[in-house]
Write a protein that binds this ligand. Sequence first.
Ligand code: XMP
Length: 430
Amino acid sequence: MKQDMIVILDLGSTENTVLAREIRELGVYSEIHPHDITEEEIKALDNVKGIILNGGENRVVDGKEVEVRPELYTWGYPVISVDYPASRCDVRFDSLPDQETLKKFVFDECKAEANWNMKNFIEDQVELIRRQVGDRKVLLALSGGVDSSVVAAMLIKAIGQQLVCVHVNHGLMRKNESESVVEVFRNQLHANLIYVDATERFLGKLENVSDPEEKRKIIGGEFIRVFEEEARKLEGIDFLGQGTIYPDIIESGTKTAKMVKSHHNVGGLPEDLQFELVEPLKQLFKDEVRACGIELGLPAEMVYRQPFPGPGLGVRCLGAITRDRLEAVRESDAILREEFAKAGLDKKVWQYFTVVPDFKSVGMKNHARCFEYMVIIRAINTIDAMTASIEHVDWEILDRITNRILAEVENVNRVCYDMSPKPPATIEFE
Ligand code: XMP
């Protein structure tokens, strides 16, 4: 079933996504498109019920104000404008309309039906994937992160064993993370899953490398190589599944957006490995991806997990990675997560983790001098990850976590709390 849609034309607003979200919250699907969309393009979208011209502070591009095509008003759609001097609209607003006004436009004027929900979305996508893929095969790099996990669950529902998932364990995953990917996808969802334990290979390449950027490059590059090697072993793969989500598309696609970033994917694969992309989440915002994962039956821990950098614990094991410090990061992170969950902080705090620097300090254990590492706890809150403030964790909880880390994690004799906001610090500590 094709959902009714309200199209937002981007005329330089910084609030396109806010508006799209508000319309979707009314149960009506909404997409953002470039200001100069043509009649053919909009008709091809199917089921468009109305258009909002969304102007704003970025409407001047290269010294010229961007405009919609003048013939747009003759295409037969109800049109309103926001912060855009469109003389031919019946209704104009200076700022985003409130919910009641939006409701009137969407339901009374556009006569849209509230048929946007996860159940319908999944049904549609399953149908589309089956049509696109036919009886051929799709390859997916399954990191265990939210997006790749939800794509995997969607593809399993649509094409079952025609999906081949590759999970590369780079040895820098959190405690039990790879095990849980195998448990959920291979044992519960019966996915066709190739598990590659590349720990030794990654740690070997990272030996004695202390520069954070260099470490990231090695991990990223090696990941592509391992994935490529697995891809070459397989036969008859025509498609690559990707966890591209709507913000990736918007950030790389609008003409007026000031901050343009290319959307990241498993780029870097050699050109002779040519795949067509399958991107079933590309219309969803992050919270919708999570709702989709729940609807598809994924465990809440997987769907609501906090952000985790691709290079994993490698980022948080400062300086050149050593196995003893990597274990200390992994074990202390597991304790922190367990204690935050017990205290209900896992639902409140945006991101929390531990870091182990590459120096030792003097301490005392069993009445004798010891010379060991420290664990730094970091817990932050943010809305968009651009700026962040620290969580004011109760002393009692910090006390408990500290005592557990000191008692249970080897080679550690000191625990500190990072008080730094972003900026000037970053969220990660590397
Ligand atoms: P920073 O440290 O730059 O982090 O303030 C902002 C957010 O991005 C996450 N982060 C990453 N996420 N791959 C990712 O998918 C990465 O390489 C990466 N590095 C940082 C970080 O955890 C924080 O949420």
